[in-house]
Design a protein around this ligand. Structure first.
Ligand SMILES: [Zn+2]
Ligand SMILES: [Zn+2]
Length: 96
């Protein structure tokens, strides 16, 4: 039996002592064992979504963020900046 034990490792239990493999290893390293790496079902890599909570850029739904960015596009980045600015102003006003 083979199974994932964490994000980066899977084990083969066809042995007296289960053999641990790194995620990039496709086959059990135990001698004479032909067990192969199980399909990863436990952990799904979640892609980050646009940080702008009102984002509707993906056909009316929140779009995925661009690589290296918290937003899907510049429009959302600016919208969020505007929103934050307005919030700040409002807070300042209510203080007075
Ligand atoms: Zn094995
Ligand atoms: Zn967006």
């Amino acid at each position: 039996m083979v199974k994932w034990i964490d994000e980066d490792h899977w084990i083969c239990e066809n042995h007296f002592k289960s053999v641990r493999m790194y995620k990039s290893v496709g086959q059990c390293e135990g001698i004479g064992c032909t067990a192969v790496r199980p399909r990863k079902s436990v952990t799904v890599i979640r892609e980050p979504y646009c940080s702008w909570f009102k984002c509707r850029e993906d056909n009316g739904f929140r779009a995925r963020a661009r690589k290296g960015s918290k937003y899907c596009n510049d429009k959302c980045r600016k919208a969020f900046a505007r929103h934050r600015y307005a919030e700040k102003k409002r807070r300042q006003k209510s203080k007075v």
